[in-house]
Ligand binder design. Structure first.
Ligand SMILES: Cc1cc2nc3c(=O)[nH]c(=O)nc-3n(C[C@H](O)[C@H](O)[C@H](O)COP(=O)(O)O)c2cc1C
Length: 345
């Protein structure tokens, strides 16, 4: 078990998945089973953008999803949000989650240097997502200097993760990538040097209980897993989205360019294959990402992710970790957690 502020959970976090892949149903059920369930705030109001302004809808939808997740969890485990620094509504998503009584905030896709200042002295656990000890060091310094605060836990995300990867295009192209094991070692050394005792969770390509044991033996306090949770009954995505994983083969796992300026790992669809040839038309810009430079952006990532989660796979973008193709069936969250956490129950 891992202690995070006043709560104790099993050493498993379900990684936040936008757009709409990890909402209240998935996060609530993960928490019900005494782990940390994470709601992705990315374009969370996507279901009815047409009716009202996207900005207001995102705030209302986040409040609703947190409330529902809390009801499903029956007070077990922890409920967190994942908020991307690159989102234009980053600050509002965080203040809304704090007001709604969220247990934890996990933040990446950029360095979350201002996170503790936004949260103030609210009783919320804070965690940065980092992909190097250098980034962790920067965050520790900034948080201590600006807000006299330390992370309550840390998520290290390695190269095998799904979605946006925290590695430069050049390093990906040349293969100059530190293995997750080495990043973990460097981060643990850094924390030791600073005499800090902060739980560290590792993420990216972790698939089964042997992988979990491997990283726990190396000193991790727990793991964050996302792709495996897509293949659950309770995952908030459409059945068509889940079936993409069941049907995928190893060759289907690929990279996609992203308007965020980072590479992303995905399962190829007609849409991602076509992107290599031509730039699709952008029908409407909702100004969701800070680095997105409309109209020069390569495509509208929000629209592509919404298409996929709703089941329009041909026109959609399906993010996946490196092991997404290994999924063969959709199972209940409880069964998956019992399988993964067998040694810790
Ligand atoms: C479909 C999908 C969507 C994701 N969306 C986000 C996101 O919105 N924000 C984020 O920080 N990470 C996101 N991630 C990364 C996951 O939270 C997680 O850290 C990573 O995928 C772990 O690797 P695994 O999927 O191999 O377990 C996403 C991953 C997937 C597969």
């Amino acid at each position: 078990m891992v202690k995070i502020r006043s709560k104790t959970i099993l050493p498993l976090i379900q990684g936040g998945m936008g757009v709409g892949v990890s909402l209240s149903r998935l996060a609530g059920n993960v928490a019900l089973n005494n782990c940390m369930g994470v709601i992705s705030t990315a374009q969370i109001g996507f279901r009815d953008f047409s009716k009202r302004s996207q900005f207001e809808k995102n705030i209302d939808a986040l409040k609703e999803e947190i409330k529902k997740a809390r009801e499903i969890s029956k007070g077990n485990g922890m409920i967190a949000i994942n908020a991307m620094v690159a989102g234009t509504d980053y600050k509002q998503m965080i203040t809304t989650a704090v007001e709604s009584g969220i247990d934890a905030i996990i933040s990446g896709a950029g360095l979350p240097l201002s996170l503790p200042e936004i949260v103030g002295d609210a009783d919320v656990a804070l965690a940065p997502i980092v992909s190097s000890a250098k980034a962790l060091n920067l965050i520790l310094r900034a948080w201590q200097k600006k807000a006299k605060r330390l992370p309550d836990f840390i998520v290290i995300e390695g190269f095998k993760a799904g979605g946006h990867l925290g590695f430069s295009k050049k390093d990906i192209a040349t293969g100059n990538i530190q293995p997750l094991e080495d990043i973990l070692k460097d981060c643990l050394d850094l924390l030791r040097q600073k005499e800090l005792d902060i739980p560290v969770f590792v993420a990216g390509g972790i698939y089964d209980k042997e992988d979990i044991k491997h990283f726990m033996d190396l000193g991790a306090s727990g793991v964050q897993m996302a792709t495996r949770f897509i293949a659950t009954d309770e995952c908030d995505a459409s059945d068509a989205f889940k079936q993409v994983f069941v049907n995928a083969s190893k060759d289907d796992i690929d990279f996609v360019i992203s308007p965020v300026g980072l590479d992303g790992r995905c399962i190829n669809t007609k849409f991602t294959k076509a992107l290599k040839e031509r730039k699709p038309d952008i029908v409407k810009c909702t100004n969701c990402l800070i680095p997105c430079n409309y109209p020069d952006t390569p495509y509208c990532i929000s629209q592509a992710l919404v298409n996929a989660v709703n089941g329009d796979i041909e026109n959609g973008l399906v993010f996946s970790g490196v092991n997404g193709y290994r999924i063969t069936e959709i199972v209940p969250v409880k069964q998956l957690i019992e399988e993964l956490m067998e040694d810790y129950l």
